[in-house]
Ligand binder design. Structure first.
Ligand SMILES: [Zn+2]
Length: 366
């Protein structure tokens, strides 16, 4: 992208957006008329600023029949929560607009613009969770240790925004279909728990319009993106966790799934928190606005009985392995810092191997 085409806040030129938005979407983001349009414009500004994101959407536009930019952002994790709420809570949720957005943090945020309330999760979160899922996978799947370690490295690099978010163009390896399916299934449970947490902030009246701070949500390539984000205190974070499992009236089976999602999510967070303490001792990062992942998980386990239909044996094994992995990666970062610090792509294995496949060349193969 040439310097002339750098999108600037508040300025409009369709040339920045026409490669990945439809005609209809261009009209909507030019003059946002409602909260959904505002969200779409935020997403579009961020994608237009990052050529890697943009190339992913251009590929989707070429592959997906009836493509639209907006449809590429799934809302299913929010909808699964909302459909289980009682009538009053369902009515209340109509006051917020939900949808994911690219941002820095592997987390969710509640924000406000022009009097509209929004809740969003990081669109890159699912990639972080995917590589955590492969890294922490149970021994029963027989994934070699070095593949799981490399997957943990990719997850760590995603967390530090050094891994290019272009997995659809340049997959980092070949994952057997059964493993891919089970990881995706686990991610959906985690996303549902996190969406429930963000929705609970609204339902529990944690979102106070007098307590909003403008924060930098993304260090873009050409500019930084800021949003007015609601300030949440630590007590409210615990309450939102509990309410994520309590407010929706889940069946026994769905409760088990979302409970399992919370356990997996807090272990992925604990994994990265441990590494972050080594890498940035004493530095306050965004996750520290939340209580630690271990504190949050302990509170959940204290509040709810662990569902009897949960496969705790596999889960415990994955959790112990995740804890060893975070120690391993922490040491590896100290010894091989450069491997974590450059912007680009790392892979599960060397080219022309079972777990990697043929090497793809940038701009030639994708
Ligand atoms: Zn929260």
């Amino acid at each position: 992208m040439s310097d002339i085409n750098i999108p600037q806040h508040g300025k409009w030129d369709p040339v920045w957006f026409m490669s990945f938005c439809t005609e209809e979407e261009l009209k909507r983001i030019k003059n946002p008329k409602n909260a959904k349009d505002i969200l779409l414009r935020k997403r579009a500004d961020i994608v237009a600023d990052n050529v890697r994101y943009m190339r992913v959407f251009i590929k989707r536009r070429d592959l997906i029949p009836n493509y639209s930019f907006e449809k590429c952002f799934s809302n299913i994790h929010y909808e699964k929560v909302i459909r289980n709420l009682d009538f009053r809570d369902k009515e209340s949720v109509k006051k917020i607009t939900y949808g994911d957005i690219f941002e820095n943090d592997v987390n969710g945020i509640a924000w406000i613009e022009n009097g509209n309330r929004f809740i969003s999760m990081n669109e890159s979160l699912k990639y972080f969770l995917y590589f955590c899922g492969l890294a922490f996978i149970s021994d029963t799947y027989k994934v070699p240790d070095y593949i799981r370690i490399n997957s943990a490295k990719i997850a760590t690099r995603i967390y530090y925004h050094n891994e290019s978010i272009d997995f659809e163009l340049d997959p980092r390896g070949i994952i057997p279909a059964d493993i891919h399916r089970d990881i995706m299934c686990a991610i959906n449970k985690e996303l549902q728990f996190i969406a429930g947490h963000e929705i609970a902030h609204h339902l529990c009246n944690h979102l106070n319009e007098n307590k909003v701070s403008k924060i930098n949500i993304l260090h873009g390539i050409n500019q930084d993106f800021e949003l007015p984000v609601f300030n949440i205190d630590q007590k409210q974070e615990f309450e939102a966790d509990i309410s994520s499992l309590r407010k929706p009236h889940y069946s026994k089976k769905e409760f088990r799934n979302v409970f399992e999602g919370s356990v997996r999510w807090f272990h992925a967070l604990a994994f990265i928190e441990k590494i972050d303490e080594v890498l940035n001792p004493g530095k306050e990062s965004r996750y520290q606005t939340h209580p630690s992942a271990n504190q949050r998980l302990k509170r959940i386990i204290k509040e709810f009985d662990v569902p009897s239909n949960l496969n705790t044996e596999n889960l415990h094994e994955s959790i112990n392995w995740a804890s060893s992995l975070s120690e391993y990666i922490s040491k590896d970062i100290e010894l091989n810092y450069d491997n974590y610090d450059f912007y680009g792509s790392v892979y599960l294995d060397k080219p022309n191997t079972k777990w990697r496949g043929r090497e793809l060349i940038d701009r030639k193969d994708y």
